[in-house]
Design a protein around this ligand. Structure first.
Ligand code: C5P
Length: 221
């Protein structure tokens, strides 16, 4: 399956929105790989296992009962873990923080690799994450890497939380964004970095529609 568009970048940069809009525009499937790491972290947390026990982590990753269901005529994708709708808790900062910690463990990344690659189905896939272009779909013909300064990303995250009816404190969100960046960029396994073939877009001063227009220009199909 050759039609793969990878969208990687820092947290809070708007990858999820751009990926969803591109998938709708192209009529392709969507992989939100962050949601897989988040759901995995929730499963590990719920079982109360020691994250130093790699054997158990791999077992949980391999047996993770995870399904994504899109609602017709809705932007929302519902995520179910062991049959339970976890969509709300999945998006919290707490879950993101746990996911970021657990995502730095090499055996976890390897155990979740195939599950992500299986999303590549006809007619095409838009994959959003940190290592979509470098590790999960290295042969993808279309690769994008999105950046924006940390203050702008913290503001975007705050708006997102407010839209979900959750309160947030900007200084705290900024600190979280910077801590997450530090961990994602510096980890040994699949660090966040643009693939050599990726088209880099600094979105700090761009609207979502402008970013989508630039990404669309890249895909001439
Ligand atoms: O993108 P999102 O904020 O949902 O991802 C949550 C965390 O999962 C990130 O901070 C990152 O550490 C991790 N992640 C990852 N590789 C991916 C997607 C997410 O390491 N492909």
């Amino acid at each position: 399956m050759n039609n793969v568009l990878t969208i990687d970048g820092t947290s809070g940069v708007g990858k999820g929105t751009v990926a969803r809009m591109m998938a709708q525009k192209l009529g392709w499937h969507l992989l939100d790989s962050g949601a897989i790491y988040r759901a995995f972290a929730l499963a590990v947390d719920a079982r109360g296992v020691d994250i130093a026990d790699e054997y158990i982590l791999v077992e949980i990753a391999q047996t993770l009962d995870l399904t994504f269901k899109s609602k017709i005529n809705s932007e929302l994708v519902n995520v179910f873990l062991d049959g339970r709708n976890i969509s709300k808790i999945l998006r919290t900062e707490y879950t993101g923080e746990m996911a970021s910690k657990i995502a730095s463990i090499g055996v976890v990344r390897s155990a979740l690799l195939k599950r992500q690659q299986n999303f590549a189905q006809a007619p095409g896939l838009v994959a959003d994450g940190r290592d979509m272009g470098t590790v999960v779909f290295p042969k993808a013909p279309f690769k994008v890497f999105l950046t924006a300064n940390s203050e702008e990303r913290a503001q975007r995250r705050l708006k997102q939380l407010q839209a979900q009816g959750t309160k947030g404190i900007i200084s705290q969100i900024l600190a979280d964004v910077m801590a997450r960046d530090e961990r994602d960029f510096s980890r040994k396994n699949s660090p966040l970095k643009p693939d050599k073939d990726a088209f880099i877009i600094d979105t700090t001063k761009l609207s979502i529609d402008e970013v989508v227009a630039q990404v669309s220009d890249l895909i001439k199909i």
